[in-house]
Write a protein that binds this ligand. Sequence first.
Ligand code: GLA
Length: 391
Amino acid sequence: MKSEQLRKKFSAHFGREPEKIIKAPGRVNLIGEHTDYNEGFVLPCAIDYCTLVAVMKRDDRQIQVLALDWSDETDAFSLDEEIKFHPDQMWSNYIRGVVRELKLRGYPVQGCNIAVTGNVPQGAGLSSSAALEVAVTVALVAAANGSISETQSKDLQLDRLTIAQIGQAAENNFVGCACGIMDQLISSSGVDGHALLIDCQDYQLTPVVMPDELSIVIVNSNVRRGLVDSEYNQRRAQCETVASHFDVPSLRYLDEEKLQSGKAGLDSTALKRAEHVIGENRRVLSMVSALNKGDCVEISRLMAQSHESMKSLFEITIPAIDQLVSIVASVIGESGGVRMTGGGFGGCVVALVPHDRASDVADAVEAKYEHLTGLKATIYPASPSAGVSLI
Ligand code: GLA
């Protein structure tokens, strides 16, 4: 439906049918928060909420963009001039950042017309921006008749890791968020029906099948995420301070024992941040075993510990999110798990719920959340999906 609408709007605006349509998914992270930029482990899955990008080559050196979900706003810039940050149209910067990054890396980018739409909730911590970066990267490759390849090269045959790295670099160097690789890598590399264990040290990807008896339920707190980038960058800097205190490249090289025995001279906040990351890495690996065994009691325990650690050690949850987690936990008990997902300070919680309890979760959220917080939550049932593709 959305892709038909995209095709029509594209044709009406640019006067011709698009040549290609690319679809890139958002993601939900099951466990492993703020571990990616510490060379740790994460366990996200791509979801069936996607960004769609339609593209057609132009004869000149312009990039022209139509954004259907931002009131049909447009953007236009030249490939022959310095690509600058757009001060009033944030969505443009994800596209500008990707184009700039491709050019910097020497890829032969061509002038294009682009139209963007999608159904990944924006600003909800489900990686709508990573999905946009990944879709636009592949669109520019596809427009030049390149494709996604399994090996690395510079001739617009991009492998999935490089696609993710281009998106991440756009975010780091242009948008200004020092994010890790998780969101872009799961959007580029997701596997249908599976979560993906990502080792962010060597980018090894291990698909993990989701237990048959559990559904993924995402609940959006609808708390607008404010000051996210500055808080995020500060957490990252704190983690790096601990790594340099121990003279190691990242927190991946530390365990609880080393941390405690060498902590003299570290400030207590930085110490808490590192405790979270080290514990969270351990929990990701335990979660993989628990999912493989379908051990719901262990899944419940690990997700609860992860949430508590984000709350008290990494300090990235907020009261409304904590309320939401308690509401869901009180319904599912040890039959599934629930925790905040994503960078923090609002956004969503993710729950793994026995199929026959999903409606009880929805009812409990409906009955209690607004009363406690004055906010209405939105529920998104989700299925683990494949990474970016041409449709
Ligand atoms: C954001 C970032 C990711 C990751 C998460 C926290 O989504 O983009 O790289 O750090 O926060 O786990």
